[in-house]
Design a protein around this ligand. Structure first.
Ligand code: FES
Length: 84
């Protein structure tokens, strides 16, 4: 069975205005070899923005692991790491 990776993208207001809007395009930006392994879920605030010292928005998570300061490129790089 193919390994599945769950990505949660924050659609909360703070993350959205801090650059998270582009993360909504992740599904289209995924390379074909990653696409079959990735399940993308949107979420209202992931609550990371309420925790001190957790880094900068926009936030996302991969299999529950918090990621801060996300861009499409950094998320794709983290997905490759998770897969390997
Ligand atoms: S708005 Fe994104 S973690 Fe709170």
């Amino acid at each position: 069975m193919d390994k599945k990776i769950e990505v949660r993208i924050c659609f909360g207001t703070l993350c959205h205005v801090m650059g998270g809007a582009e993360l909504q395009l992740l599904g289209e930006a995924l390379p074909p070899d990653l696409k079959k392994h990735v399940e993308i879920k949107g979420s209202t605030c992931l609550e990371f923005c309420h925790q001190q010292g957790q880094g900068q928005p926009p936030f996302a998570s991969i299999n529950g692991r918090m990621l801060s300061g996300c861009t499409l490129q950094s998320l794709i790089a983290e997905l490759y790491k998770e897969l390997n």
